[in-house]
Design a binder for this molecule. Structure first.
Ligand code: 2PG
Ligand code: MG
Length: 431
């Protein structure tokens, strides 16, 4: 009799927890975690890592030994998984993932998961989720669907022009995304993304711009004015044969403004701008271009600016908090009560467990905030977020360009789900 079958009904036993130091898409070490249940089900997760991180994110732990990977190794984190974490997980029967995640948080004992490392904890939490879903014979997206929520295939947001800390060009805004809001199905949306990406490559090359790629697979031309990029993007959508706008292919921006704010000013293409100037600039941008969403339009410490931005544009477009909310349930609650933004970016490794991520999404749903599930700039081929976005029914996912294996893996997972589950609707949750 296995430990699992001898456990009380409805509980599971974990028999193995393995971790491996692997590379992420930027050539930096990260973790792969595998969790095996006593009855044999197994879950594997690759841990992502960000570059433009919010200051209140859960703490990613690195070795700091400069003789290996410039100090970025994760061998100490790996030891924590094999040691303390594996000991805890194997020591008793577990009712559900929430109980496992709560025990991991308690074992760590620090507010930001700094002792064991959020990269250890998130890898274990994700791998446990996969193992538990597999043990129940359910697809991960289905297993992740909260009670009372209708799953749906999300609108993919393809990051086709990279700037900021994701590329070495002079572009201050970090991400320019295309969102096929008007596509009739997920496969049509993927096709639209890839076709516009191809048209954009031709357009850039035709104008003598480089077509080298940034960290998330978007092109990284030597442009600095956001409006110039928006003009090119709109032209590419048009050339690919789509309508630029909400009925066809719309545009989304992640300026990642915390990265270009200093001394209370924002610097865009060499210009020093106040919060009010930035808001004015965004208002003009939304007049001139089919931009339907702006993420981190202002910096994480500019809450007053965010309030003004929301007041000005919150009824017209989606205003997503990333660095400012860091997928943190308490911060999102505060934002909702102050009317800051109207949507939250959702990154599992920003908060550090799957349970807290689902809690953050539930708070958004109750508060009328949209949820935009996201990859990180450093990724593996792990596809967890494709299932999360589908299961949570939030209708929005960003996971880079329709190029580079680690980005495409998530889009291909969506195609797989769409093919297997023809009944699942596609599109924004408000539809
Ligand atoms: C962001 C993310 C993902 P990073 O700012 O939204 O695109 O970037 O992972 O570098 O924080
Ligand atoms: Mg962001």
């Amino acid at each position: 009799m296995t430990p699992a079958s001898s456990a009380a009904a409805g509980t599971v036993h974990i028999s193995r927890v393995d971790a491996l130091e692997i590379l992420d898409s930027r050539g930096r070490p990260t973790l792969q975690v595998a969790v095996t249940l006593a009855r044999g089900a197994r879950g594997v997760a690759g841990v992502p890592s960000g570059a433009s991180t919010g200051s209140k994110e859960a703490t990613e732990r690195r070795d700091g030994d400069r003789s290996r990977y410039s100090g970025l190794g994760v061998l100490d984190v790996l030891c924590a998984v094999h040691g303390e974490i594996a000991d805890l997980l194997r020591s008793r029967a577990w009712r559900d993932l929430a109980e496992i995640d709560a025990a991991l948080i308690e074992l760590d004992g620090t507010p930001g998961k700094a002792r064991l490392g959020a990269n250890a904890i998130v890898g274990v939490s994700m791998a446990c989720a996969c193992a538990l879903a597999s043990a129940e014979g359910r697809e991960l997206w289905d297993w992740l669907t909260p009670p009372g929520v209708a799953p749906r295939l999300p609108v993919p947001h393809f990051n086709v022009i990279n700037g900021g800390v994701h590329a070495s060009n002079p572009l201050d805004f970090q991400e320019f995304m295309i969102a096929p809001l008007g596509a009739g199905s997920l496969p049509e949306a993927i096709r639209a993304g890839a076709e516009v990406y191809g048209a954009l490559r031709d357009l850039l090359a035709g104008r003598g711009h480089g077509t080298g790629l940034g960290d998330e697979g978007g092109f990284a031309p030597r442009l600095s004015e956001p409006e110039e990029v928006l003009y090119l993007l709109t032209a590419a959508i048009d050339q690919a044969g789509y309508i630029a706008g909400p009925g066809g292919v719309a545009i989304a921006l992640d300026p990642a403004a915390s990265e270009f704010r200093g001394d209370g000013y924002y610097t865009v293409a060499g210009q020093r701008l106040t919060s009010a100037d930035m808001i004015e600039r965004y208002a003009e941008i939304t007049q001139r271009f089919p931009v339907w969403l702006i993420e981190d339009g202002l910096a994480e410490d500019d809450w007053d600016g965010w309030e003004a931005l929301t007041e000005r544009l919150g009824r017209k477009i989606q205003l997503v908090g990333d660095d400012i909310f860091v997928t943190n349930p308490a911060i999102i609650r505060e934002a909702i009560s102050r009317g800051v933004g109207n949507a939250a970016l959702i990154k599992v490794n920003q908060i550090g467990t799957v349970t807290e991520t689902l809690e953050a999404m539930a708070i958004c749903r109750r508060g009328g905030y949209a949820q935009f599930v996201s990859h990180r700039s450093g990724e593996t081929t792990d596809t967890f977020i494709a299932d999360l976005a589908t299961g949570a029914g939030c209708g929005e996912l960003k996971t880079g360009a329709p190029a580079r294996g680690e980005r495409v893996a998530k889009y291909n997972r969506l195609l797989e789900i769409a093919a297997a589950e023809e009944h699942l609707p596609y599109g924004l949750a408000r539809d």
